[in-house]
Design a protein around this ligand. Structure first.
Ligand code: FPP
Length: 228
């Protein structure tokens, strides 16, 4: 376990909460609650293991199309998570950053996000990006518009620097739980050369052991970045 290569920046598409709950004969919201508890466990495990930055896909621009009850529950869980984060996790050297268009979130959720980000802005050890109302295409459009506004040139480099995750570098590894094989609009630009790891394990069951499997496979890959 000790000579495992640990990726610097890991992105995770946390899929399968609903199916996890249904398999147990429970409502989807039960899966999101357990999924949320799992975020706490996996964040702690990954950072203790030496991952520098984590980017977690919590709510996509497409997720608004879910029933209102489910959207409300996810927003409620996010608020609880950030509140807990401010109280307990903020002192662990983790900088919190919410990425995506937060302008449409409720004032209460926005407030707790702002507080969490402000309180942790000088933490340098790790970065935790939580993607909310996030879409990879929207992120690229946002970055280009920012550059145009500032009269800057549009280049591969300048776009990279204007992305939400610019400070963390590109993700070395993107993990998707829940058995689907797609990116679903996650980190499209910065993920150009990321290693992709797909697992059938549903998000609430994705634990440290599963993360080690992903790291082991990542370490065995030959990253050529288009070269030979
Ligand atoms: C996918 O499962 C998961 C989501 C759409 C939301 C992810 C949210 C969490 C893990 C909880 C809250 C997040 C944080 C950061 C505290 P799904 O509902 O698509 O499951 P299914 O594919 O089985 O239907």
């Amino acid at each position: 376990m000790d000579n495992v290569k640990i990726p610097t920046h890991v992105g995770i598409i946390m899929d399968g909460n609903g199916r996890w709950a249904n398999l147990k004969g429970k409502e989807r919201s039960f899966g999101h609650k357990e999924g949320s508890a799992n975020v706490e466990r996996v964040v702690e495990y990954a950072f203790n293991r030496g991952v520098k930055s984590l980017t977690l896909y919590a709510f996509s621009t497409e997720n608004w199309a879910r029933p209102k009850k489910e959207v409300d529950e996810l927003m409620r869980l996010l608020k609880i998570y950030f509140t807990k984060f401010i109280k307990k996790i903020a002192n662990n050297g983790i900088r919190l950053k919410v990425i995506g268009d937060v302008s449409v979130l409720t004032p209460e959720l926005k407030k707790v996000i702002e507080k969490g980000e402000a309180k942790t802005q000088n933490n340098l050890e790790h970065t935790l990006n939580i993607a909310i109302n996030y879409g990879g295409r929207q992120e690229i459009v946002h970055a280009v518009n920012e550059l145009l506004k500032d009269g800057k040139q549009i280049t591969i480099e300048s776009i990279s620097k204007a992305l939400y995750t610019a400070d963390c570098g590109e993700p070395d590894l993107i993990i998707r739980t829940g058995g689907e094989f797609r990116l679903s609009n996650f980190l499209l630009y910065q993920g150009a050369y990321s290693e992709l790891y797909f697992t059938d394990v549903l998000w609430p069951d994705f634990n440290g052991e599963q993360l080690e499997k992903a790291f082991a496979e990542y370490g065995a890959r030959n990253r050529r970045f288009g070269k030979i």
